[in-house]
Design a protein around this ligand. Structure first.
Ligand code: HEC
Length: 203
């Protein structure tokens, strides 16, 4: 079980041994590509849509101060993976206090927020790969009434430096569909790497 977790793909990481099974990985990658395709189509001039077309309520607020929350894990998606154009680079996952309750109990209470903080990488060419500029943050907010249609989670994405969710409905549905493959884990993929190290303080 432990090994499975370690090798699990993330936002479509390398296919070594995806704990959810190869079929799910293939489906997940297909989804990621589909979501990317939808984004491109929406951006094409031929679509003749305003920037806000396809957006739906309710809006999700920018999770101010998230970098002070608990670090859940980090991961790297390289250009070798199909999800790279959209999710590639170095990411750090953060959770607020309610999200930590979810990791402990398996039940994410309303108010839980998770952030996938994505950065470009900088290869110095001497064996050191560094964190580059931020690309965007992906956010999941638990509110079982507002987001009842997607297992209680609302999905949002904020471009670096932006405070407004840029997702369109189809993209949001893509987020939810892939995360739904983790239904037994409350639709959350990440495992809390340092959970054992929090035992001493009980925090
Ligand atoms: C193809 C599947 C897939 C799609 C589509 C997808 N995700 Fe994820 N997401 C993942 C995986 C896998 C991880 C785990 C990353 C890790 O383990 O480092 C993840 C992690 C996250 C996390 C951190 C919490 C968690 O579940 O681990 C957030 C927040 C998140 N995604 C938001 C989004 C948003 C917003 C979208 C839509 C723009 C989205 N995701 C689309 C697969 C997906």
């Amino acid at each position: 079980m432990r090994a499975d977790r370690r090798d699990r793909a993330s936002h479509g990481q390398a296919a070594r041994s995806f704990g959810l099974g190869d079929a799910v990985l293939v489906a997940a990658v297909a989804l990621a590509v589909a979501v990317g395709g939808i984004a491109q189509a929406a951006a094409a001039p031929a679509a003749a849509q305003s920037a806000d077309a396809g957006k739906d309520a309710p809006a999700i607020a920018y999770p101010a101060g998230y970098a002070l929350w608990t670090h859940i894990k980090s991961g790297l998606i390289t250009s070798a993976h199909a999800a790279y154009p959209r999710f590639g680079g170095l990411h750090h996952v953060y959770g607020n206090a309610a999200a930590l309750q979810g990791f402990r109990s398996g039940n994410y209470p309303d108010g839980a927020v998770l952030v996938y903080d994505l950065f470009e990488t900088r290869d110095h060419g001497d064996g050191i790969i560094d964190q580059g500029p931020r690309r965007h943050i992906d956010v999941m907010v638990k509110d079982s009434r507002r987001f009842a249609a997607t297992a209680g989670w609302g999905y949002a994405e904020f471009a670096a430096g932006q405070r407004n969710d840029r997702l369109k409905t189809a993209e949001r549905d893509g987020c939810a569909a892939c995360h739904a493959t983790r239904r037994q884990h409350g639709d959350v993929f990440s495992e809390w790497a340092n959970q054992a190290e929090t035992a001493a303080t009980g925090s």
